[in-house]
Design a binder for this molecule. Structure first.
Ligand code: PRX
Length: 684
């Protein structure tokens, strides 16, 4: 078996090289010490119990029971899982349901219409709360608006919105019609938006004039206009929410104001059941090649898993809890744990438009105090940033309402975990470190609060109904105390159903590495993991060329193609270097074209190229550092040895260079960068 995901770029493909997160987590292993058993009071009142693991000994029966308990099916299913065409799974395929009805109407019908669904907080300080009855009414009107624009079941609609209630309303209205949303994070560029619109074949784009971020309005509509300029696209209409009040251009034939159409929309809309396997959304994520993958999720299995995990992993008591997940709806965490999981469970939640430090560094903690948030779910990057700023900031606020904390998106180092528990959680809250991916749909590995004794830095155990393993390159399970590749060994209800328009890439990317396992193909997640002596899982970061910056996935190949598309650049290599705050940071090495190398200084070239990547892909992809070099380290067969570049980017002594075609290259690079740094001063 070969390391297919790694072989392109890493010469030493025989063994896997977990990148930056790895170093930190291995370090964490050495700090492993204390674990925190749940308090007897927490356990006594907990939603989850240890019995769940036993109940899940037959995973299919378990998921079927959960699905029947947690969701309302329009037509009950009899078939649970069809895996005959593996890896193309079908869950609950003969059942029908309406996802929006499950998130809205049924709570109103059950007498909970007056419960707050969303406390929305705008960045400038405006706020608005929606009860379940109000949110249902808005979604019904929005469904009629979309139907009026010709949207029918199966159509794709792109959403490019800030974190405002209309983002949730739009997603649910699309789901209500059996149409498919493709949410594109508002930080992506016009070009990235266009690629996603084209790949999905979207008929409609829902956007806003602008949204608030860091104390200013950032315009969104102009990016949509730019995305749709040029060659005709599949988009027929653009629906524009007014939020920023910024000036925008208007195309009368194509554009409509959301508030105009909502103002005259019919308030009645009856939800119809759709097949469990009807597509719910496409969400693009970075892979190991330049082209983002359209991860496809369907309805019944996905909703079952997000409802189950949201309830049990967050110990949700819908009558009394106030839940807050800080993720943007542009990412999968926002889909599963802002929209579908919490609303399917009838939770009351907080949604915040802006950044954590606007207008002051205590904004998050102020929001927790204001709404009495009891369950809080955020990314380690943010925790590390607050840790650096010091505890005096959160200490100014009353955080005693918090009773459970969650972490997602990247490994959380034990120092940050302990700070989170002690400073934010008052030294008493359980922390759930949740491992999952865009592809898995919902949480897969996590402690269960009230059941598991938590361990700082480890995501620990697969959830009930989920089967994972850590294997060596030959597919053998590694013993406790060893590291290997994380795989998921049995199909799960929230699993991706494919890559939009690309079934071959789906099979190749996720199912080919361990295709010949005795019980069918195994899902290879792309992450390295280690089992400790107790058999608990420690995630070690990606083993492929996907980087994780502030919990967001970025592809080295995508940034490299962007760099070489600029006339300055002859060749480039991008690596994810360990960064204290963001987990990893994008570091690029570029060789300038001969005619440019004379004309432009390395400093100017770096600045121009950083902006170029920012405008081509989006600000999140802008490299932290770009080094202009004369050569790149390559093997005799021409493959770039990223391992060595990571050594340079992380300021380490360069490792073994004996397989390089020219063994002096690294020395030349290191010397050149050292002398450039000497000239420039220590700013980078
Ligand atoms: O490397 C793992 C890391 O994030 C990747 C998935 O990224 P994405 O699809 O953008 O989804 C992020 C939110 C679910 C994984 O392959 N990752 C996610 N959660 C954790 C994590 N790494 C370590 N610990 C986690 N809790």
């Amino acid at each position: 078996m070969t390391m297919s995901t790694n072989a392109n770029n890493e010469a030493e493909a025989g063994h896997h090289t977990p990148n930056a997160g790895a170093a930190r987590s291995i370090d964490s292993l050495q700090h492993r010490g204390k674990s925190y058993p749940p308090s007897p009071e927490f356990t006594a009142a907990a939603v989850a119990s240890a019995d769940l693991y036993a109940e899940a000994s037959d995973p299919q029966a378990f998921w079927a029971a959960q699905s029947r308990e947690l969701l309302d099916w329009a037509t009950p299913f009899a078939s649970v899982l069809d895996w005959t065409n593996a890896p193309f799974a079908r869950w609950f395929a003969d059942g029908t349901l309406n996802v929006a009805y499950n998130c809205l109407d049924r709570h109103v019908l059950a007498g909970n219409g007056d419960r707050i669904a969303i406390h929305w907080e705008g960045e400038p300080g405006d706020s608005k709360s929606f009860t379940y009855a109000e949110l249902t009414a808005e979604v019904k009107k929005a469904a009629n608006v979309l139907a009026g624009l010709g949207i029918v079941a199966g159509d794709r609609v792109a959403i490019y919105l800030p974190m405002i209630p209309e983002a949730v309303i739009a997603m649910l209205a699309i789901a209500r019609l059996g149409a498919v949303h493709s949410v594109v994070f508002g930080g992506f560029s016009a070009e990235s938006l266009r690629t996603r619109i084209d790949d999905a074949g979207a008929k409609l784009v829902i956007t806003a004039d602008g949204g608030w971020r860091k104390g200013r309005v950032f315009p969104l509509k102009p990016t949509v206009d730019a995305a749709l300029a040029g060659d005709p696209s599949t988009v027929e209409n653009v629906l524009v929410v007014r939020r920023g009040e910024n000036e925008i251009d208007w195309w009368g034939e194509r554009d409509s104001w959301w508030h105009d159409l909502m103002g005259s929309a019919d308030a009645e809309h009856e939800a119809q059941g759709f097949e469990a396997e009807s597509p719910l959304f496409i969400l693009y994520t970075s892979g190991t090649t330049g082209k983002p993958k359209g991860i496809l999720h369907t309805s019944g299995g996905y909703l079952t898993q997000v409802a189950f995990t949201h309830r049990n992993v967050f110990d949700l008591k819908p009558e009394s809890d106030v839940y807050w997940c800080t993720a943007d709806v542009g990412w999968v965490t926002g889909h599963s744990y802002v929209v579908y999981g919490p609303l399917a469970n009838g939770a009351t939640q907080v949604m915040y438009e802006g950044t954590p430090d606007t207008p002051h560094a205590g904004r998050w903690w102020e929001i927790i105090q204001k709404y009495g948030v009891s369950i809080f779910y955020a990314a380690p990057t943010a925790i590390r940033t607050f840790m650096k700023l010091g505890r005096q900031i959160p200490d100014e606020f009353d955080l005693t309402s918090l009773r459970l904390l969650g972490s997602v998106g990247e490994p959380i180092n034990p120092e940050a975990w302990n700070w989170y528990r002690n400073v934010i959680g008052g030294g008493k809250t359980p922390i759930v470190d949740t491992w999952w991916q865009t592809e898995t749909g919902g949480i897969m590995i996590s402690p269960l609060p009230g059941v598991t004794a938590t361990k700082p830095g480890s995501a620990q155990v697969p959830l009930p109904g989920i089967a994972v393993d850590v294997l060596d390159d030959d597919g053998r399970a590694v013993p406790a105390g060893s590291g290997g590749l994380l795989v998921i060994t049995k199909p799960w209800p929230g699993m991706l159903r494919g890559i939009w328009n690309d079934p071959e890439r789906f099979v190749e990317t996720y199912w080919s590495k361990f295709a010949d396992a005795p019980d069918g193909p195994l899902y290879f997640a792309g992450d390295g993991a280690r089992l400790d002596e107790d058999g608990d899982i420690w995630l070690l970061g990606r083993v492929d060329d996907v980087m994780n910056v502030s919990g967001h996935r970025l592809s080295t190949a995508e940034i490299e193609s962007s760099l070489v598309s600029h006339p300055f650049v002859a060749e480039s290599a991008v690596v994810g270097a360990t960064d204290e705050t963001t987990g990893q940071a994008v570091v690029a090495f570029v060789i300038l074209r001969a005619d440019q190398a004379e004309a432009v200084s390395p400093e100017d070239a770096s600045e121009v190229l950083r902006h170029h990547v920012g405008s081509q892909i989006g600000a999140i992809a802008r490299p932290r550092t770009i080094y202009v070099v004369g050569e790149l380290p390559k093997t005799r067969s021409g493959k770039i040895m990223r391992r060595l570049l990571r050594d340079v980017a992380e300021g380490r002594e360069v490792g073994d260079t004996t397989t390089l075609a020219d063994t002096t290259v690294m020395q030349v690079i290191s010397e050149r960068l050292a002398s450039a740094a000497g000239k420039r001063g220590p700013e980078e």
